[in-house]
Design a protein around this ligand. Structure first.
Ligand SMILES: [Zn+2]
Length: 50
């Protein structure tokens, strides 16, 4: 959980196309933009400087 709980919740619902990087819903089997079937979850654990 990051600093912004709401943002975390929203990011966790997003999948990113590995080809065109369009946002897709979680549960999508293909990119809605280009039809590419390989999606990744949007990165949530980006390291931050202290
Ligand atoms: Zn795509």
């Amino acid at each position: 959980m990051g600093k912004f709980a709401l943002a975390d919740a929203e990011l966790s619902k997003v999948m990113i196309c590995k080809r065109c990087k369009a946002r897709n819903r979680v549960g999508a089997t293909k990119c809605r933009h280009c039809g590419y079937p390989y999606l990744r979850p949007k990165r949530k654990d980006i390291k931050v400087k202290k």
